[in-house]
Design a protein around this ligand. Structure first.
Ligand code: KG4
Ligand code: ZN
Length: 345
């Protein structure tokens, strides 16, 4: 069979990224231009700054991805681009670049949901075995999804307030750590000699939903109380206590879902899947249950375009095609492209 080469483009947040992937599972090139340095001093992503960087970078990044891959546009099968969700101004840059490139080279363009991209990052090393449970845990999302087969998504649980990564970033800020805070909390938690006891949000019996705002407030109160009393805050122990609460709840719910749905495999996706504590806890708990666990290498956990090309390849094979009326869709739903499943907002 002829090889399928897809050019992936991702600009939904603060990384301008392009990649060429062969047959949905082999990275030929993967270029990521991060803007983190520009957003750091604001303590978060500033949408206007993000859009401006994307405009400056996108053509260069696409050119570099093609050069590195040694692939000519006429050898590509399609262009896959993040259509949503994300920052509207940021999404538009990628979508317009993808449409222009596709039009110029007579290629189909495929609009990919950002979360489908994070999930399909798992296809790029090791692969996905169905049925599976995907834990999507990032700065914007915390979801448990049951996938019966390729291209089918059934949402079984989601956060009712903050995403896990958002809680990480806010807690980090209160502790005076740089943005994005997740990696700093992770590091501090491993250096701690103890852990402050924070609550666990289990919610109702049997629920696969999550809640992190109570935990976040508990951490903020703990820090403020100490400051008011003029007591020192042991940042490492606060980080460790916060991380333990997140890891315990996420691991417990994920393992319970995997058992209830009788899946072969659990995969993790999104920036917080880079967390060492979470990876170790999931690996250990799932091994004890005899359930396979797969998580992409760190650089494929955070935003990149190879994951968009990987999901785009599955959509391409399923016959999904977009057209030149495509727009950035900040509130896009994730719909299955193979039968079964429901939508994820
Ligand atoms: O997937 P991602 O790159 O962007 C979104 O789509 O949100 O995820 C970014 C999030 C940030 O909140 C960041 O703090 C968090 O992932 N993150 C981590 C770690 N590395 C990145 N959180 C916890 N531990 C980490 N090691
Ligand atoms: Zn992401």
């Amino acid at each position: 069979m002829k090889d399928i080469y897809i050019l992936g483009i991702e600009t939904s947040c603060d990384e301008t990224a392009a990649s060429v992937v062969r047959n949905g599972n082999e990275i030929i090139s993967n270029v990521v231009a991060s803007q983190i340095e520009s957003h750091k001093r604001f303590g978060g992503v500033v949408p206007e700054v993000a859009s401006r960087h994307h405009v400056e970078q996108i053509t260069l990044v696409i050119g570099e991805a093609l050069d590195e891959a040694g692939i000519r546009p006429d050898e590509l099968s399609a262009v896959a681009v993040t259509e949503g969700p994300g920052l509207v101004g940021a999404l538009l840059i990628g979508v317009n670049a993808a449409k222009a490139f596709a039009f110029a080279h007579s290629l189909p363009v495929i609009g990919v949901h950002h979360i489908a991209g994070h999930v399909y990052a798992n296809q790029l090393d090791g692969g996905m075995e169905y049925p599976l449970i995907a834990l999507i845990i990032s700065g914007g999302h915390t979801e448990l999804v049951h996938m019966e087969r390729d291209g089918s998504f059934r949402l079984i649980g989601e956060t009712r307030d903050d995403a896990a990564g958002e809680a990480y970033d806010k807690v980090a800020r209160v502790l005076g750590l740089p943005y994005p805070g997740g990696p700093h909390i992770d590091r501090l938690a491993h250096e701690a000699d103890g852990a402050v006891d924070f609550p666990r949000a289990w919610l109702e019996e049997g629920s696969y939903d999550f809640s992190f705002s109570g935990l976040k407030s508990a951490v903020i109160n703990h820090v403020h109380n100490a400051e008011q009393k003029g007591l020192p805050v042991d940042k490492a122990n606060v980080a460790a206590g916060f991380q333990q609460s997140v890891v315990e709840v996420v691991t417990t719910k994920t393992v319970r879902a995997a058992k209830e749905y009788g899946v072969h495999q659990v995969i993790a996706a999104g920036g917080v899947a880079a967390n060492r504590g979470l990876r170790a806890s999931l690996a250990e708990a799932l091994e004890a249950e005899g359930i396979a666990f797969h998580v992409p290498p760190l650089k494929l956990c955070t935003d990149n375009a190879a994951m968009i090309a990987a999901a785009g390849t599955s959509m391409y094979k399923a016959g999904v095609r977009g057209d030149l009326s495509m727009n950035g869709r900040p509130g896009m739903e994730l719909l299955s492209w193979s039968p079964s499943g429901n939508a994820i907002k």
